[in-house]
Design a protein around this ligand. Structure first.
Ligand code: ADP
Ligand code: MG
Length: 786
């Protein structure tokens, strides 16, 4: 049990534009109570000279001056109460003050800013946050919202009623049980599993309150609103339940009938407009008086409902809201006086624990069973009655635990009851049979899986075989090409004679010149035939593979493209493309970022709308109809982001076009290069084909210069604009061992048999072109020059 006085705080509302502050001072002492001094000038009472004291001092737990923000109010006033409620104690926070002094602002919140949300939403947020953090207990949360107007209670959360008038809402009445506990009939309790759900309920209640209000009944100033959070908690397995409630109360305006007393009696206590506040005061006076046995709670509905909060089992806090402008000084003093009385009341908060009878029953049943077992064991008496369904279920559970347990020493303990022992044996037999059946199923499944595996193994075998086959084919082809290369080399030397004591010569098999010259040379002829056929096969293969180049051809192409201007262009494009891709990637990432920012800002605006709508419901104000500066700012930010998105998007679009363009250009350059090579390659072949006599003639000096010339001509002519001219080119050409200009070269007349022409013009051209390509390659590799 915790005994403590009601804690009383004061909050001063900021002055309006046309308001003039009364004279007051706040002495905010951190250690002890704070004091508020209000000075009333002599001339206040219509200029009468009177001897009334002019200074009033009031003590409060803490005084929050005009600039105090909602979060500070929550932290100082509501949070400690919420903490106690979570611990299982009841709590009440009520705001008391004249109309317009900021009760609703403090309890529910202001309509303009998110930061203005009041004690109820902040407390809900705090409570749900705490509940989420605590996994040691199971919590249930409900809320209710009651409005008391003219001694009648109304349920603000009834979903069935569309309240167009307060009277349309379900009427809540008070019932008192024999223990004098108060029950509210017709007040609905709504479970809220999250902060969001609870807030929705708060807004629903505020909407109903607003709709039901008419200027005539002025419900919001003349009624009391009690928003209650009910929390129940239980530790798992425990039979003890904790129940607590937190009342957040927005009282009716405390203004009195007359502000000043008759005959200049300044600040005479006038009668409350609201009768229930009058009774509230009576209760408080009674509570403050020592030895009062009767407290008149029952005089009004409001005091009945708040009975526990006043002098009962509750941690109660009062917030005196004060409007400190000149004209309201007397009301403020009344409020402070009331607060001083309230501060005298002592409450006794007890932990609200109760035992859940259902849980007790379960515990007792278990105990009975244990005792029965023990008895049966001691007396050895066998029972013949059937096992109950519950007992069977329990045994099933024990068997399951026994079977699943990993401890080899564990035992299935069912006591000395033979019925149970028999039951266990039967169950175990059943389970054993079941598991046999499932084992069979598993086996069948396993067999079918194995079958599947065999099938896939077969497939794998087939694929492996296919792979081997392909490998063989490739090996054959590679061997063929090697052979062909070798033969080409041989043929080349036969063409050149032995004059070139080059590395090629060294590398090649030594050639018997006589043999090579002799038309009757079988080996040479045979080789030539082989070469011819293999080359022919190769070119055929080349054609068959969709125009793909043979290896020799590819080699020639590699060399061909090295110095070709198109390949430089391609390389440049490649570099530029790389750069552009990187730029595009970077831009894409930035665009995503901007898009996310825009979405985020849009979300913030939606959030803003929801808040403002909610605030419009809870405390409507003119300003809510005006433009929201925060939203305006968010919109401006969105516009800016959109602008930069647009710019970046356009740049990306441009880049995309540029990239596509570059890719096309590159493709084009590649094709041109290939085409040039093909033209050169086929021209070479045609040249040779047209002048076979040059090749076949006894004087290669006429044939070869042409051959070389043609090649040079092609090189300089076809690519004259693009090719970078090598000043050594001519020299290189002249130093070619097969050129007649080389004085050192031993010019030989290749016999017809040494140039393995087939008579098939295409194949012969191919052969000669190939030989030429080889020569060029060797030359470029520095082999041919030696
Ligand atoms: P009450 O509920 O006591 O009649 P309200 O809470 O409705 O008074 O407050 C009246 C007006 O003053 C509202 O427009 C409210 O937004 C404003 N107001 C009250 N207290 C504050 C405060 N502390 N800061 C800013 N505005 C306030
Ligand atoms: Mg109000």
């Amino acid at each position: 049990m915790v005994q403590e006085a009601i804690r009383v705080f004061a909050r001063l509302k900021p002055l309006g534009r046309r308001q003039q502050a009364g004279i007051y001072s706040v002495d905010d002492d951190e250690k002890s109570l704070s004091s508020l001094e209000i000075i009333v000038p002599h001339d206040l009472a219509h200029g009468f000279i009177n001897n009334k004291r002019e200074s009033y001092e009031f003590k409060f737990q803490k005084i929050f001056d005009q600039e105090a923000k909602q979060d500070v109010i929550f932290d100082n006033i509501a949070k400690p109460v919420a903490e106690r409620v979570l611990a299982g104690y009841n709590g009440t926070i009520f705001a008391y003050g004249q109309t317009g002094s900021g009760k609703t602002f403090t309890i529910t919140g202001g309509a303009e800013h998110y930061n203005d949300r009041g004690i109820i939403p902040r407390t809900l947020s705090y409570i749900f946050d705490q509940l989420q953090k605590d996994s040691s207990k199971v919590y249930t949360t409900h809320v209710s919202y009651l409005e008391i107007y003219n001694e009648c209670g109304y349920d603000l959360l009834d979903p069935k009623h569309e309240a167009s008038r307060l009277e349309d809402l379900p009427k809540v009445t008070i019932l008192e049980d024999s223990d004098q506990n108060i029950h509210l009939k017709n007040l609905s309790l709504h479970q809220a599993t999250s902060e969001e759900e609870a807030l929705n309920l708060l807004f629903l209640g505020d909407t109903n309150r607003m709709i039901a209000e008419t200027p005539m009944n002025q419900a919001s100033t003349r009624s009391h609103c009690i928003f209650t959070i009910h929390i129940s908690s239980k530790e798992p397995g425990s039979a003890t339940l904790q129940r607590s409630k937190l009342h957040l109360v927005d009282l009716a305006g405390s203004e009195r009938i007359a502000k000043t007393g008759l005959g200049g009696h300044l600040l005479t206590e006038a009668k409350y407009i609201n009768l229930s506040l009058h009774y509230l005061e009576q209760v408080i006076i009674a509570l403050a008086e020592k030895n009062r046995s009767h407290i008149p709670y029952r005089n009004s509905m409001m005091t009945s409902v708040l009975r526990d909060s006043l002098g009962g089992n509750c941690m109660t806090t009062m917030i005196a809201t004060l409007s400190i402008d000149k004209r309201n000084i007397d009301e403020s003093i009344s409020t402070c006086r009331f607060a001083q009385r309230v501060a005298l009341i002592k409450n006794e908060a007890v932990l609200n624990e109760e035992v859940d009878p259902r849980l007790i029953i379960i515990q007792l049943k278990k105990e009975i069973q244990e005792l029965k077992d023990e008895l049966a064991l001691l007396t050895g008496k066998q029972r013949t009655s059937e096992l109950s369904q519950e007992e069977e279920l329990q045994l099933d559970e024990s068997i399951e635990v026994f079977l699943k347990g990993s401890d080899p020493d564990s035992s299935l303990d069912v006591g000395a009851d033979m019925r149970k022992i028999k039951y266990c044996f039967i169950r175990l037999k059943q389970l054993l049979n079941d598991s046999k059946v499932s084992d069979k199923k598993l086996l069948l499944q396993h067999i079918s899986e194995e079958k599947d595996t065999t099938e896939s193994e077969d497939e794998l075998k087939n694929l492996k075989e296919l792979l081997q086959q392909r490998n063989n084919e490739i090996n054959i082809l590679v061997n063929m090409i090697r052979k062909e290369k070798k033969k080409a080399r041989d043929a080349l030397f036969q063409l050149n004679g032995t004059s070139a004591d080059s590395t090629v010569l060294e590398q090649s098999h030594s050639l018997n010149l006589d043999e090579s010259r002799s038309p009757s040379s079988c080996s040479s002829l045979k080789e030539a035939k082989d070469f011819r056929s293999s080359f022919h096969r190769l070119s055929l293969l080349c054609r068959k593979t969709g125009g793909k180049m043979s290896l020799g051809c590819q080699e020639a192409f590699e060399v061909f493209k090295q110095d070709h201007a198109d390949s430089i262009t391609i390389e440049d494009h490649k570099q530029l493309l790389k750069q552009r891709f990187a730029e595009a990637k970077c831009l894409g990432e930035k665009l995503n970022e901007v898009r996310n920012t825009i979405n985020h800002l849009k979300g913030a605006i939606t959030q803003r709308h929801i808040q403002r709508a909610a605030l419009a419901v809870s405390s409507p104000s003119e300003e809510l109809n005006t433009l929201d500066p925060v939203e305006e700012k968010l919109r401006r930010q969105i516009e800016e982001e959109k602008q930069s998105y647009k710019t970046m998007f356009n740049r990306l679009k441009g880049l995309k076009i540029e990239i596509e363009h570059l890719q096309l250009l590159m493709e084009k350059a590649k094709m041109k290069l290939q085409k040039n090579f093909e033209v050169w390659w086929s021209e070479e072949a045609t040249n040779l084909q047209e002048k076979p006599e040059m090749v076949n003639s006894s004087n290669t000096t006429t044939g070869y210069p042409q051959f070389i010339k043609s090649s040079q001509h092609l090189s300089t002519n076809s690519f004259s604009e693009t090719r970078r001219v090598n000043p050594n080119e001519d020299l290189a050409g002249k130093s070619n061992p097969i050129t007649p200009s080389n004085p050192t070269s031993k010019i030989r007349t290749p016999s017809t048999s040494s140039v393995p022409l087939t008579g098939d013009s295409q194949a012969d051209a191919d052969i000669l072109a190939f030989i030429k390509a080889r020569q060029n390659i060797l030359q470029k590799k520095g082999l041919g020059n030696k």
